[in-house]
Design a protein around this ligand. Structure first.
Ligand code: NAD
Ligand code: TYD
Length: 338
């Protein structure tokens, strides 16, 4: 497979994935379709915009005509779908766009993948579809019952069901990945880690929801990207692969780690009203991908979080500009109407 349509390639994980592929896989052409919502930023791919193996198109995964045109024009032979509305808090206040993009957008891609005989479709999903774990011994496996709790996870779970249905009904070759929380370079500072780093750098308080004892299983974004590539290349058709790094941390532990690395006082921690329906704990059993596809994370949490803080320290201007939307407006104007 040579011509891959990567959707959502201007977002956090998509950017890291595209950089990895362009660097390591010279035979692959990436057609990057991204709507450039508030979360997408082409400044993150500034150096890649001139790469002859990277073609950027601004547009919506829900636009049928556009998807048909792209598949035909670029001889797309496979699709990796990162595009999504991805923030739980936004899904609570405005769920409709999550259905439009995450469910209907994915369905539109699936329909056209069947119509144009696309060889493989990888859906980038999330461990949040499984719901919340209470017991500290329990882990999410690929056969854990899906029980989404937020409008975000409900929309992602729904998309997963459509992926499965397209495999079953139309024989489309699909794979699904379900990863735990990612951290690393180029993450929009509404998510916990870049938000806290940004606030620490500006001596602002760190808003911890509820008691701060909710647990997330953190994975360095580049390790998620290498796992996606393994599943894309060698995953069994129709397979689901959990991805995680066995790094369970409470939110409180996490913010204290960031404060320690940046040498700032714990008095910056402020407990705020909890998120409605807040999932208590996520934890991944990654046995399947480790043992059948020989995937391993390349860094420990301690190494990854230090690298991440260093990256944001070296890229304060990126943080400022994505927060203000300056870069995004510049690129949106550049690509509008092309
Ligand atoms: P993100 O919000 O940073 O990026 C999403 C990208 O999708 C943005 O560039 C945005 O412009 C684009 N987009 C949104 N709607 C679109 C549309 N209708 N058409 C085309 N492009 C559109 O998200 P992320 O953190 O990079 O997550 C990428 C994928 O990985 C998502 O599907 C998410 O559910 C999944 N995931 C994320 C995490 C995580 O911790 N961030 C963990 C597991 C899975
Ligand atoms: P987030 O990065 O939004 O990811 P998700 O909700 O998909 O897990 O949040 C990570 C954890 O941090 C989650 O338990 C919610 C919590 N959180 C806060 O305590 N304060 C905040 O300001 C944010 C954004 C998140």
């Amino acid at each position: 497979m040579k011509n891959i349509l990567v959707t959502g390639g201007a977002g956090f994980i998509g950017v890291n994935f595209i950089k990895m592929i362009l660097e390591k896989e010279p035979g692959i052409r990436i057609i990057n379709l991204d709507l450039l919502t508030y979360a997408g930023n082409l400044e993150s791919l500034k150096q890649e915009l001139d790469n002859p193996n990277h073609f950027f198109i601004q547009g919506n995964i829900g636009d049928t005509e556009l998807i048909e045109k792209i598949i035909q024009e670029y001889s797309v032979d496979s699709i990796i779908n990162f595009a999504a509305e991805s923030h739980v808090d936004r899904s609570i206040s405005d769920p409709d766009i999550f259905v439009k993009t995450n469910v209907l957008g994915t369905l539109n891609l699936l329909r056209n993948a069947v119509k144009y005989n696309v060889k493989r479709f990888l859906q980038v999903s999330t461990d949040e579809v499984y719901g919340s774990l209470e017991d500290s011994e329990e882990l999410f496996t690929e056969i854990t019952t899906i029980k989404p709790n937020s409008p975000y996870s409900a929309s992602k779970a729904s998309a997963d069901h459509f992926v499965r249905a397209y495999q079953h009904t139309f024989g489309l070759d699909t794979v699904i990945t379900r990863c735990s929380n990612n951290y690393g370079p180029y993450q929009f500072p509404e998510k916990m880690i870049p938000l806290c780093i940004n606030n620490i750098l500006n001596d602002k308080s760190l808003p911890v929801y509820g008691d701060g004892l909710q647990i997330r299983d953190w994975l360095y974004v580049k390790d998620h990207c290498s796992a996606i590539w393994k599943v894309f290349k060698n995953g069994v058709s129709g397979g689901i692969y959990n991805i995680g790094g066995c790094n369970e941390k409470t939110n409180l532990e996490l913010v204290k780690t960031l404060l320690k690395i940046l040498d700032k006082p714990e008095s910056l921690i402020t407990f705020v009203k909890d998120r409605p329906g807040h999932d208590r704990r996520y934890a991944i059993d990654a046995y399947k991908i480790m043992n059948t596809l020989d995937w391993r994370p390349s860094v420990t949490f301690e190494q990854g979080i230090k690298k991440t803080v260093e990256w944001y320290l070296c890229n304060k201007k990126w943080l400022e500009d994505v927060t203000s939307g300056a870069y995004r407006n510049y690129y949106k104007e550049m690509y509008d109407g092309r």
